[in-house]
Ligand binder design. Structure first.
Ligand code: DHE
Length: 531
């Protein structure tokens, strides 16, 4: 018995020492991975993996990325993002330890509660004390906001004279288009680290700011100008703010009908529907959230009469207000990462990063109505529409292959794939312009921009405005007569072209100008631009 007890004690103590050895090795690996993270990843992905320029890195946010694929991303970078490859800097063991690290849950789960949001609220000015008239003289509908990523600033530009009116600091790493109030007086910015800022263009002042999330995708503003919605990667939720002071009024965790939590891909305003659309990244669901004060949706009725029972014109008649900002769930056949809406906001066209084919989903019937065969990775978010041979076509650049897909919106068939000199990110036109512009954002030809004739679907000119530097993202003036293009470099520029002769007429030095946003085109949902 004594011998047995002795043997048992030895086995137990051996097991403990093996375990403690393993634990110690694990701790050491974790510590060295943490150090590697600090050296190579933190500047983009944020302290504590909370996300900054790059997304937050926790298992909850990586559920769609298998470890084997994540290894490839660290080795070779990620298409269509700023993520570079590290295969020359890090060996296999180091990459594996980083993978283990980012797939380990946070020691303390990151939270950003309504109380945190409220505590972050900064009201710089009481709006009632600010003048209702602009402090400068310009066509208020032909102003541009140009975001300069190089030093986290924005320029307010006169769209007639192309003279800067003012330049101001923004939050770190803005992403997505800033959104205007319907009258164009205010502009709302979202930064990747969750800050929402309200800027008064007339008074050239930031009025209020609030941190609505830890890692944010983008924001949208309702057509009545009263509400803004913010979509977050971390936490998994959306936050609705009233736009007067940016006071938060509702937070909804993005959990699907089966209880699975998801990051938000993006949020959009759908003007004819008086609702926000919420695209979810990790579950096969899209949400619609009506915001109209005149009517809500009778959710208790199980959406029985939904939107269009009474026809499009008087669809509001049957609405009752039973809940503010109710969530209407639309199941999708696949994950959706990138989106485009038809001009009436009846159909949503979506693609997933992995499947490439587009799904067309009717938002009224909640049914998939078509599949679009598309090669590579179309960047639908940058798609535009125009009239071509008596029909409406939709065109999208492609962030993996050098092509622009042109799709007939009546039958959802691809009618042409226009070959370009490399994958593109942004595409633009204007109703008054015969041309559509598309950049070559990636690869050796990133300095080039193609100009496509809308009535022949042929590239008629290719510009190289600044050899060696990325040329990207154009926006037209209100009347479509001029085009503004970014030289996406710290020593960059904003170039103004005559939209008909395609000749350069002005070049303003800027620090990595990214997007530029014309007040009229954005507030009037001009079909040649993004919304
Ligand atoms: Fe964007 C808009 C998603 C990477 C610059 N980008 C958008 C929108 C979405 C989106 C959903 C539309 C929201 C809106 O405007 O409200 N972007 C994504 C990605 O998923 C992706 C590929 C990976 C990521 O890092 O999030 C991505 N985007 C980038 C970049 O690397 C870019 C080039 C540089 C940057 O700012 O980080 C970039 N995205 C932009 C810009 C817009 C944008 C300038 C607004 C375009 C517009 O004209 O409306």
């Amino acid at each position: 018995m004594k011998i047995f007890t002795l043997l048992l004690t030895s086995i137990i103590s051996l097991a403990f020492s093996v375990e403690s050895f393993a634990n110690k090795a694990e701790d050491e690996n974790h510590a060295s991975a943490k150090k590697l993270y600090g050296e190579h990843c933190q500047s983009c992905h944020g302290i504590g993996r909370l996300g900054a320029m790059g997304p937050a890195l926790f298992p909850e946010n990586l559920s769609r990325l298998r470890k084997i694929k994540a290894i490839k991303v660290i080795q070779h970078g990620r298409v269509a993002t700023q993520m570079p490859g590290f295969s020359e800097k890090l060996n296999e063991k180091q990459i594996n330890s980083l993978i283990d690290y980012i797939y380990t849950p946070a020691e303390v789960a990151p939270q950003w509660t309504m109380a945190d949001i409220n505590n972050s609220h900064v009201k710089h000015f009481d709006q009632s004390t600010l003048d209702n008239k602009p402090l400068f003289d310009a066509d208020l509908m032909n102003l541009f906001i140009v975001v300069e990523l190089g030093d986290h600033s924005a320029t307010l530009l006169n769209g007639d004279t192309f003279e800067p009116i003012t330049r101001f600091k923004t939050r770190f790493a803005l992403h997505g288009g800033p959104k205007y109030s319907p009258d164009g007086r205010f502009v709302y910015f979202a930064s990747r680290d969750g800050w929402i800022s309200k800027y008064d263009i007339y008074n050239m002042k930031t009025v209020a700011e609030i941190r609505a999330g830890i890692n944010t995708r983008n924001l949208a503003v309702s057509s009545d100008g009263k509400y803004a919605i913010v979509g977050n990667y971390l936490p998994h939720n959306i936050v609705i703010l009233e736009t007067e002071n940016l006071t938060p009024i509702k937070m909804v965790d993005t959990i699907d009908s089966e209880g699975i939590s998801s990051r938000v891909s993006a949020v959009y305003n759908a003007p004819p529907r008086h609702s926000f659309i919420v695209a979810l990244k990790d579950v096969k669901e899209v949400w619609e959230i009506p915001y109209s004060d005149e009517g809500g949706v009778d959710v208790s009725n199980g959406w029985a009469h939904d939107y269009r029972e009474d026809g499009a014109e008087n669809k509001h008649k049957s609405w009752k207000i039973t809940e503010k900002f109710p969530v209407r769930r639309i199941r999708t056949a696949d994950y959706l990462d990138d989106f485009f809406f038809d001009p009436e906001y009846i159909n949503l066209i979506g693609t997933s990063r992995d499947s490439h084919n587009g799904q067309v989903i009717n938002l009224d019937t909640k049914k998939k109505v078509a599949t679009i065969q598309m090669e590579g990775m179309p960047h639908l978010g940058s798609g535009i529409t125009w009239d071509y041979q008596g029909k409406t076509v939709f065109a999208s650049p492609n962030i993996k292959d050098g092509l622009v897909s042109v799709i007939d919106m009546d039958n959802w068939q691809v009618i042409k794939e226009i070959k370009t000199e490399g994958p593109g990110f942004f595409m633009r036109s204007h109703s008054n312009s015969p041309y559509a512009w598309v950049d070559v954002f990636f690869g050796p030809n990133k300095e080039k921009v193609h100009i496509i004739k809308k009535d022949t679907l042929e590239i008629v000119k290719t510009l190289t405005p600044s050899p060696g530097k990325t040329a990207a993202h154009v926006e037209f003036t209100k009347n479509g007569k001029y085009v503004l293009l970014s030289i996406w470099d710290n020593d960059g520029a904003l170039i103004v072209y005559d939209a008909n002769t395609l000749k350069e007429i002005k070049r303003l030095p800027m620090k990595k100008p990214s997007g530029k946003y014309n007040v009229y085109n954005k507030t009037h949902y001009e079909r040649g631009t993004s919304h």
